[in-house]
Design a protein around this ligand. Structure first.
Ligand code: AMP
Length: 218
């Protein structure tokens, strides 16, 4: 099964994507994590993309598409199922078309696109308090879901930090970019009959159950 999670920054794609990947025992691919890892490791690719992320801008498709598709192919072929949970890629119409073309050549397709709906004021509060592990990407919130030991990831013991692009002055711009460039994908996948909408403004477990139900209901 190949699932795509759509939703604004702070809608819970990362948290839910990891939970769905465990539930279905298929790999989880976050394009944001892929980029942040490359920046952390100071690779050539990381140096190419750093400035875009730090300014809250999308990485150009010419750089993003080959990197994401190569990683997806590697992950899908690393297990028999051939499935994956995608978070953050595709994020533009051009990326969605490129992914569809690639999956067609692999004789497969996206099974379900799950859109997480969360009101804008909730997104802003979530992003203001969001903290992430710089090693494994696990997500926390300074007020509602802090790590057990301050600054240390419960999952892997890595350092828990605030992302540069979660700083308050960056959030509005990122949400605008999302509404302009990614929201049109809702109509794109609706036309393909693949879209399901899930209320993401609920307890974590309730959202996961709703997403699993929506993924089944094809
Ligand atoms: P995320 O972790 O998904 O919020 O992504 C963090 C940042 O990485 C975004 O604000 C973009 O700068 C960049 N990014 C992640 N995925 C993509 C993508 N599919 N296309 C372009 N830029 C991306």
């Amino acid at each position: 099964m190949i699932l795509l999670l759509l939703g604004a920054p702070g809608s819970g794609k990362g948290t839910q994507g990891r939970l769905l990947s465990e539930h279905y025992r298929i790999p989880y691919l976050s394009s944001g994590d892929l980029l942040r890892r490359a920046i952390e490791q100071d690779t050539e690719f990381g140096r190419q993309v750093r400035e875009y992320i730090e300014r809250g801008l999308y990485v150009p498709n010419t750089i993003m598409v080959p990197a994401a598709i190569t990683e997806l192919t590697r992950l899908r072929h690393s297990q028999d199922d051939g499935g994956a949970v995608l978070d953050g890629f595709p994020r533009t119409r051009e990326q969605a078309e490129a992914l569809d073309r690639d999956l067609t050549t692999e004789h497969t397709h996206l099974d379900r696109v799950l859109l997480l709906n969360v009101p804008k004021e909730v997104l802003v509060t979530r992003l203001a308090g969001r903290r992430v592990c710089r090693s494994c990407g696990a997500s926390y919130h300074s007020d509602t879901k802090p790590p057990k030991k301050a600054g240390i990831c419960d999952v892997c013991g890595g350092e828990v930090i605030q992302r540069v692009d979660d700083k308050p002055e960056m959030v509005d711009g990122r949400l605008t970019v999302y509404f302009e460039r990614t929201l049109p994908l809702v109509a794109y996948y609706q036309q393909q009959g693949r879209l399901a909408q899930v209320d993401g403004n609920r307890a974590e477990g309730d959202v996961t159950h709703a997403m699993i139900a929506a993924a089944k209901d094809k």
